[in-house]
Design a protein. Structure first.
Lengths: 405, 868
C-alpha cells in the first residue's frame, strides 16, 4: 500500500523539464522554418525587420516593435538574408558567344535600365528587395494581397515577381514570375512563365497608374521569340523605358537559383549606356577592372558556383591590409596579362585597386569579366547574333531536305 | 552437501563459506533448473527444516520467477512456462501446503511466491483451480488462524499481481466473500483481520460489478466502516486506506455513505493516532483530486451525460475547513529540515490547498479569520499556521477575490521574512513565491508588483537569500516566479534591469554557500538564474549576461578539479555540472536569438571545450544537460560548428545509443536536428554514422517508444540538410516509415495514451516524408516515385481517422504539397486516382490560419501537378 506523501511546498514542474520542453519547442519551430524555406521563398523575403533598407537612412521610417523582434529571431537576418537571397534569384550569364538554336529555343527582350529586384506581395503589403537582399520599397500595390484594401483568398497567399525598377517613370517592369497567388511557377518553363505574366497581370489593376493603394505601376516588357524579326524588335523597337542591353531566356529553363547559362545578357553601345564598366568617377578606366572575393585560402574568386580563381593574395598582404575571407576586392589587370584557354580567362597579374562600393554583395562572374574583356577588344556584335540566327535557320532547312530525301 | 546445508552456508558469516555455497547454488541452478526449483519448494514447505534455510529457499524461488528488469523478467517467465508440467504441479502443491506452516516467515514467503506463479499462469488460463483451493482454506471447519492469515495474504498478493480481466466474476465474488468474512468482528484473530483488510485493498479493483450492485456495495461499505473503528491501530489505518482507494475508484457510488465517512474522518483527524489521521485527511485530498479532474473534464465539454460531480467538498466545506485548520497548528519542530517528514499539519495544509482549487472563492471567507486571528500571535505555531493557510489558498480562488487580500498583506509578508522563527520565515518565503507565481502579472491593470514596491521587494529577497538554506531555497523560488511574471511581457522586464547585478550576485553566492547537505538550494539558485536570463531585456542586459557567461564557465571549469573519491562524489559533480550546463544553455539560447549573438560566437570554442570535458569525465553515460547545451550552441554558431564535429561525434553517437536512459537518447536525437540545420550539407560526412545508429534505435524494442517519433522527424532534418545525398539511405529509411505507418493501424483507439502516441508517430512520419521529399527534390526527384503510392494511402488513412490532431493534419497536408512539389507532373495520375485530397484540403480551409495556409499552398502544388 502506498503511503501518500504529496509534494509539499514544491513547484509543480522542474526547471530541467522546462529547459527540455523549451529546447523541443525551439527545435520544432526551427524545423518548421527550415521546411517552409524549402517549400517557398516568401516568408523570409517578407519579414520587413530582416534587413536594412537599400536607400540609406531616409527609408528607415520603421520602428522595430516587439513582434518584429520576435519574428526576426526565428527568421533570417542581415547577411543571412542576403546570402540566402543570392542563392534564390536567377542570374543570367554574360553572352560570350551566341548559343545555337537561338530562333527556336530562345526568347529575347530589351532589359529595362534599373535595379533588379524581387517583389513579394502578401498579407496586405508589397515589399521589393534588391539583389543584395536589402529592401528597396515597402508599399501598397494592386498585386494580389498587395495592399490592405483588396485582400482576396487567404491573406498569406503570396505572389513573387522578378522585376526591374526603372527610376525615370517609377515603374516595376516584370521580367519573370516566380509565384502567383500562392501558386509556384518555380518548376515551370520560361515560356509558360512569360505567358502567365501577361495573362495574370491583366486580371489585376497593377498596370494602372499609381494611386493611394497602389504606389508604383507594374508593367510587362514585350517578349519576343528570338527570330530575326524578334531580335530586330527587341534591339531597335521603341520601349517606354531606357534599355540596358538584351536578355535572352531559353524557353525550357525553369526558374533556378544562381547564375545560369540558360539565361544570357548581351549589350552593345546602341542598346545600353553601360556597356563598359566605369570607375567611381564614371570614367572608363584604361585597364579592365574586376571585383573578386577573397577566399579562406587567400585565393581570389568569381561569384560563380563553383568559383573561378583568378589569382591569390599572400598572407602578409592580407594581414597588413586587414582583409578577411569573404571581402570583395577590386583589381585591375592589363590586357596582355589575359590568356583565353578553352573559353576560360586566365589572368596572370592582378593589381589591387581597393574595395568596391559597400552596396556590392557579390563578386563579378567569370562570364562578366570575359564579356568586359571582349567588349574592349573584339565585342560580340549584333551582326554576329543575326548571323548566328541565319546559320541556324539554314541548318534547320538543310536537315529538312535530307529528311525528305 | 544437501540443499539445506548449502542454503545455510550461503548466509554464513564466513565469507569463504558463503562464496562456495553461492557457487554451488549457481551450479545446481544451471545444471538442473527443474530439480533446483523443486528442491527449493520442498525446502520451503518442510516444517522440519530450519527457518533460515526455508526463508532463503523462498527468496530464491521468488527471484526465479520475477525481476525488475523487463528483459530478465521475460526470460524468467519463459523459463517457468517451459518447465515440465509435473514439476510445476509439485512445486505449486508444496507452496500451497506451506500456507499452513507454523512458521510465519515461511507462510508469508510462500504466499508471495504463489502470487508470482499466479501472475505468470493465470493470464495464460492456467492454474484456474488456485482461487478455489485458497478459498477452501478459508471455509474449512476450524481452519487455524495462521492458515487463514497466510491464505488472505496470498489472495491479496494475487490480486496485486494480476489484472481484473483475468478473473471470472464468480471467482471475484468468492474472493470478496472470503475477504469480507475475514474482516468481520466475529473473527477473533487480529492477524487474520489485518490480512483480510489488506487483501480487500488489493481486491477493490476487481469489485467493479459488486460496487454497482447496491446490496453488495452496502455490505462492503458497512464492513469497511466498521473496521475503521477497530481496536487495533494498524487495522484502522488499513481500513482508511481502503476508504481512500474507494474514494478514487468508486467516487460515483459514494454519495449514500458520505455522512458516515465524514464522521469517521473527523474523529480520526481529531483524536486518532497520526498514521490513521493522515489517511483520514488523505481521503479528502483524494475526493478533491476527483472533483478537480471532473471540473477540468467538464470545462472543455458541455456534454450533459458527462460523469456526475457530487460536489462533496463544497457540501462539506463549513465543517471540513475548520477541521483542517486545526491540523495546521500541530507542526513539529524543524519539519522543514527533513524531506522525509510527513505529518498531520503538512497533509492538512496540502489538503486545504486542494480544497481551494476545488471550490475557488468559497474557501476565502472560511480561512481568512483564521489567518487574521493567528498571524500576530506570540506562539510561532500560530504564525506559521496562519501564513501556511494563506499561502495554501492562493491557487483556485479568482484573482479579483485574492488581489485585494494580497495587496493588503504583501507588506506584512515582507516584514515576516525577518521573523525570529525559521519555520515561519520558510513558510513566508514559500508564500511570497506563491503570490508571485499565481498573482503577479505586470501587464494587468492593477499589478501586485509596482515600480513603487519593487525596490523594497528586491531588497527583502536579496537579504533573505542569505537566510538558512531551507529558507534561502524558498527565496530563490520566489525570485524565479517574480522573474517568470515578465515572461510574456518581455519589454516590461526592463524594470528588473537595475537590480540584475545584485540579484545575480546574490544567487551565485547562494549557490556557492549551499554545502553538500543542501543540494536543493544550489539547484533553486541556478534555476532562478535561468529564469532571470530568460526574461531579461536585450540589448540592455547583454553586457551583464556576457559576464555571467564567463562566471558560469569559470565555475564549470572548477568542477573538473573536484576531488572524486566515491560514487557519491561523482554523482555530486555530475549534478553540479548539470546545473551549470543548464545555465549555459539558457544564456546561449538567449544571446543567440538576439543582436548580442557575437558574444556566443567569440566564446564558442571555450564553451565547446568545456562541454567536451564534461562528457569526458563521465565515461558510463552521456551528460544530458551538456548535450542540450550543445544543441543550443550548434544553432548559435551555424556552419562554424563543423569544426567541433570530429571531437563531438563520438559523444553524439554514444548519446544516440543510450537506450537505457531514453531521455539522453531523445535529447541527442533533437541535437542531431539542431546540427543538421546548423551545418546543412557539411553534416554529410557524419551521416552514415548517425543514420546507422538511428536505424538501430528504431528496431530496438527496449528503447522507450516516445523517442521513436522524433527519430522519424530527424530523418527529415537530415534529408533536408544533405538533399539528394539522402538517396543512399532510402532503402533503409523508407521501409521503417512504411512499417511504422502500418503499426498505426493496429494501435488501441480506446487508450488515450496510445491515441496521443499515435498522433506523435504520425507527425514524425509526415515530417520525415516532408524532409525527404523536399531534400530530394530536383534531379533525383523520381527516386521517390516508388514510395508515393504508399504515402498517399497512409495519408488517406490518417485523413479518415477522427483521432488525428491539428498538428498531424498540418503535417499531412504539407506532405501532400511536398509530394506534388517534388514529383511534379509525374504525380498527376496518383493524385487523380486518390481523390481524397480534394475533400481533405477543402476541410482544412475552415481550420486555423496555419493549417489553412499550408492547405492552400498544397492545393496550389497539386493543381500545378494536375494541369501540367
Amino acid at each position: 500500500m502506498a503511503p501518500p506523501h504529496r509534494p509539499y511546498k514544491r513547484p509543480a514542474i522542474s526547471d530541467q523539464q522546462r529547459r527540455r520542453d523549451l529546447a523541443l519547442q525551439a527545435q520544432s519551430s526551427r524545423r518548421a522554418d527550415a521546411q517552409a524555406r524549402a517549400r517557398s521563398l516568401a516568408n523570409s523575403l517578407l519579414s520587413p525587420s530582416s534587413a536594412e533598407t537599400a536607400e540609406g537612412d531616409s527609408e528607415r521610417d520603421h520602428e522595430p516593435t516587439v513582434t518584429d523582434v520576435a519574428t526576426a529571431a526565428s527568421k533570417l537576418r542581415g547577411s543571412d538574408a542576403r546570402r540566402w537571397f543570392a542563392r534564390h534569384i536567377m542570374l543570367p550569364e554574360w553572352m560570350a558567344d551566341a548559343p545555337p538554336h537561338l530562333a527556336s529555343d530562345w526568347h529575347v527582350f530589351a532589359r529595362p535600365a534599373g535595379k533588379r529586384c524581387l517583389v513579394v506581395s502578401c498579407n496586405g503589403m508589397t515589399i521589393s528587395r534588391v539583389r543584395n537582399g536589402s529592401i528597396l520599397h515597402r508599399f501598397p500595390s494592386a498585386l494580389p494581397n498587395g495592399s490592405k484594401r483588396d485582400i482576396s483568398g487567404p491573406a498569406s497567399s503570396y505572389s513573387i515577381l522578378d522585376c526591374i525598377f526603372h527610376e525615370p517613370d517609377e515603374t516595376y517592369y516584370i521580367i519573370d514570375m516566380i509565384c502567383w497567388r500562392g501558386y509556384s511557377l518555380y518548376d515551370c518553363t520560361a515560356e509558360f512563365r512569360f505567358f502567365w505574366v501577361n495573362s495574370k497581370l491583366m486580371e489585376t489593376t497593377a498596370g494602372d497608374p499609381p494611386s493611394t493603394y497602389h504606389r508604383y505601376r507594374f508593367s510587362v516588357v514585350p517578349i519576343y521569340e528570338c527570330t530575326l524579326e524578334g531580335l530586330e524588335a527587341a534591339y531597335s523597337g521603341s520601349t517606354p523605358y531606357m534599355k540596358d542591353g538584351l536578355l535572352f531566356y531559353n524557353k525550357h529553363v525553369h526558374y533556378q537559383a544562381g547564375i545560369t547559362p540558360l539565361a544570357l545578357v548581351w549589350k552593345d553601345e546602341a542598346c545600353s549606356q553601360y556597356i563598359i564598366d566605369t570607375d567611381s568617377k564614371g570614367q572608363v578606366p584604361s585597364e579592365q577592372h574586376v571585383v573578386l572575393e577573397l577566399q579562406e585560402d587567400g585565393k581570389l574568386a568569381t561569384s560563380d558556383d563553383p568559383p573561378v580563381v583568378f589569382g591569390s593574395l599572400d598572407n602578409e598582404f592580407i594581414q597588413k591590409s586587414n582583409l578577411r575571407p569573404g571581402n570583395l576586392l577590386r583589381f585591375a589587370f592589363r590586357d596582355e596579362r589575359v590568356k583565353l584557354v578553352d573559353g576560360k580567362m586566365e589572368i596572370s597579374e592582378l593589381q589591387f585597386v581597393g574595395r568596391p562600393n559597400r552596396a556590392r554583395a557579390f563578386a563579378d562572374s567569370h562570364s562578366k569579366a570575359l564579356f568586359q574583356y571582349a567588349a574592349r577588344h573584339a565585342p560580340l556584335r549584333i551582326e554576329d547574333l543575326v548571323a548566328s540566327i541565319q546559320s541556324n535557320h539554314m541548318e534547320v532547312k538543310s536537315t529538312d531536305v535530307e529528311m525528305q530525301g | 552437501m544437501n540443499i539445506t546445508q548449502i542454503l545455510l552456508a550461503a548466509q554464513s558469516a564466513d565469507g569463504n563459506l558463503r562464496t562456495v555455497a553461492e557457487e554451488n547454488l549457481k551450479q545446481f541452478q544451471e545444471q538442473n533448473l527443474p530439480n533446483f526449483l523443486l528442491s527449493l519448494s520442498v525446502e520451503l514447505s518442510d516444517d522440519e527444516r530450519p527457518p533460515e534455510s526455508r526463508r532463503l529457499a523462498g527468496i530464491i524461488l521468488k527471484n526465479s520467477l520475477d525481476a525488475k528488469d523487463s528483459a530478465k523478467k521475460e526470460l524468467l517467465i519463459q523459463q517457468w512456462v517451459c518447465l515440465d508440467p509435473s514439476i510445476k504441479l509439485k512445486i505449486k502443491e508444496s507452496l500451497l501446503i506451506t500456507l499452513g506452516s507454523s512458521v510465519h516467515d515461511a507462510r508469508r514467503t510462500s504466499s508471495q511466491v504463489i502470487a508470482k506463479v499466479a501472475s505468470i499462469e493465470i493470464p495464460r488460463r492456467e492454474w484456474q483451480e488456485l482461487i478455489a483451493k485458497l478459498l477452501s482454506n478459508m471455509t474449512q471447519q476450524g481452519a487455524p488462524a495462521p492458515l487463514k492469515q497466510a491464505t488472505l495474504e496470498a489472495l491479496g498478493y494475487v490480486c496485486e499481481e494480476i489484472s481484473p480481466e483475468h478473473l471470472e466474476q464468480d471467482q471475484v465474488n468468492s474472493v470478496l466473500t472470503a475477504v469480507v468474512q475475514g474482516m468481520n468482528q466475529t473473527e477473533l484473530s487480529p492477524e487474520v483481520r489485518i490480512a483480510a483488510v489488506k487483501a480487500l485493498y488489493n481486491a477493490l479493483d476487481f469489485a467493479e460489478s459488486n460496487f454497482a450492485n447496491e446490496m453488495e456495495r452496502n455490505y462492503i461499505m458497512k464492513v469497511v466502516c466498521d473496521t475503521a473503528v477497530s481496536k487495533e491501530v494498524e487495522i484502522r489505518q488499513a481500513a482508511f486506506e481502503c476508504l481512500v482507494a474507494i474514494g478514487s475508484t468508486y467516487y460515483v457510488h459514494l454519495d449514500p455513505y458520505m455522512q458516515t465517512i465524514f464522521n469517521l474522518t473527523a474523529n480520526a483527524v481529531k483524536g486518532d493516532e497520526e498514521p490513521v489521521a493522515l489517511q483520514a485527511v488523505e481521503f479528502w485530498s483524494t475526493i478533491c483530486d476527483e472533483e478537480i479532474e471532473l471540473q477540468e473534464e467538464y470545462e472543455g465539454n458541455d456534454d450533459a451525460n458527462s460523469t456526475v460531480n457530487y460536489r462533496f467538498i463544497e457540501k462539506a466545506l463549513p465543517s471540513l475547513v475548520p477541521m483542517l485548520l486545526e491540523t495546521l497548528l500541530k507542526q513539529e519542530e524543524d519539519q522543514d529540515q527533513d524531506d522525509n517528514v510527513w505529518n498531520i499539519s503538512m497533509s492538512g495544509g496540502t489538503c486545504l490547498g486542494l480544497i481551494a482549487r476545488t471550490v475557488g472563492d468559497a474557501i476565502v471567507p472560511l480561512v481568512m479569520p483564521f489567518v487574521e486571528g493567528n498571524i500576530t500571535k506570540p506562539d510561532w505555531h500560530c504564525r506559521e499556521a496562519a501564513t501556511f493557510a494563506f499561502g495554501s489558498i492562493l491557487e483556485g480562488p479568482s484573482v479579483e477575490k485574492l488581489a485585494p487580500l494580497v495587496q493588503a498583506g504583501l507588506d506584512f509578508l515582507l516584514n515576516t521574512t525577518k521573523d525570529p522563527n525559521s519555520q515561519v520565515r520558510d513558510t513566508t518565503a514559500w508564500t511570497l513565491g506563491r503570490v508571485f507565481e499565481l498573482l503577479h502579472s505586470p501587464a494587468s491593470a492593477n499589478p501586485i508588483i509596482t515600480n513603487a514596491n519593487l525596490p523594497r521587494i528586491m531588497n527583502v529577497l536579496l537579504e533573505s537569500s542569505k537566510d538558512v538554506p531551507n529558507v534561502a531555497e524558498k527565496v530563490c523560488g520566489a525570485i524565479y516566479f517574480l522573474a517568470q511574471g515578465y515572461e510574456d511581457a518581455e519589454s516590461m522586464s526592463s524594470v528588473l534591469t537595475p537590480f540584475l547585478p545584485n540579484l545575480i550576485a546574490a544567487l551565485l553566492s547562494a549557490a556557492d554557500r549551499a554545502d553538500t547537505t543542501h543540494f536543493r538550494l544550489r539547484a533553486s539558485a541556478y534555476e532562478a538564474l535561468n529564469e532571470i536570463v530568460r526574461v531579461s531585456n536585450i540589448p540592455e542586459t547583454s553586457g551583464i549576461l556576457g559576464q555571467l557567461l564567463q562566471e558560469i564557465m569559470r565555475r564549470l571549469n572548477l568542477t573538473f578539479e573536484l576531488h572524486i573519491l566515491s560514487s557519491g562524489d561523482k554523482e555530486k559533480q555530475s549534478d553540479l555540472q548539470a546545473l551549470l550546463c543548464g545555465v549555459l544553455q539558457v544564456i546561449i539560447q538567449k544571446l543567440s536569438s538576439s543582436d548580442a549573438k557575437s558574444i556566443i560566437a567569440q566564446t564558442a570554442d571555450q564553451l565547446m571545450f568545456l562541454f567536451l570535458r564534461v562528457f569526458a569525465c563521465h565515461s558510463s553515460t552521456v551528460h544530458e544537460e551538456a548535450m542540450l547545451a550543445i544543441g543550443a550552441l550548434a544553432y548559435a554558431t551555424g556552419t562554424d560548428f563543423v569544426k567541433y564535429m570530429p571531437e563531438f561525434f563520438k559523444y553524439l553517437e554514444a548519446g544516440l545509443q543510450n537506450y537505457e536512459e531514453y531521455q539522453v537518447c531523445s535529447i541527442s536525437v533533437g541535437v542531431v536536428g539542431d546540427i543538421c540545420r546548423a551545418l546543412e550539407d557539411k553534416i554529410l560526412p557524419f551521416c552514415d554514422g548517425i543514420m546507422t545508429v538511428l536505424l538501430k534505435d528504431l528496431s530496438n524494442s527496449m528503447l522507450n517508444r516516445s523517442v521513436k517519433p522524433p527519430i522519424f522527424s530527424c530523418f527529415g532534418d537530415i534529408a533536408l540538410a544533405i538533399g539528394e545525398f539522402f538517396e543512399k539511405y532510402l532503402p533503409y529509411a523508407m521501409p521503417m516509415l512504411q512499417g511504422a505507418a502500418e503499426l498505426l493501424g493496429v494501435l488501441d483507439h480506446n487508450d488515450e495514451d496510445m491515441v496521443d502516441y499515435g498522433n506523435q508517430l504520425r507527425r514524425g512520419i509526415f515530417e520525415a516524408y516532408s524532409g525527404i521529399l523536399q531534400g530530394i527534390k530536383g534531379a533525383k526527384a523520381q527516386m521517390m516515385m516508388p514510395y508515393a503510392g504508399h504515402l498517399l494511402q497512409f495519408t488517406e488513412a490518417v485523413y479518415k481517422d477522427q483521432s488525428r490532431d491539428d498538428n498531424v493534419t498540418k503535417a499531412a497536408v504539407a506532405v501532400l504539397g511536398d509530394l506534388a512539389d517534388t514529383l511534379g507532373p509525374s504525380s498527376k495520375d496518383l493524385f487523380k486516382s486518390n481523390l481524397f485530397h480534394v475533400e481533405f484540403l477543402r476541410e482544412c480551409l475552415d481550420l486555423d490560419d496555419e493549417v489553412k495556409d499550408t492547405a492552400s499552398w498544397a492545393q496550389g502544388m497539386i493543381n500545378h501537378a494536375l494541369v501540367s
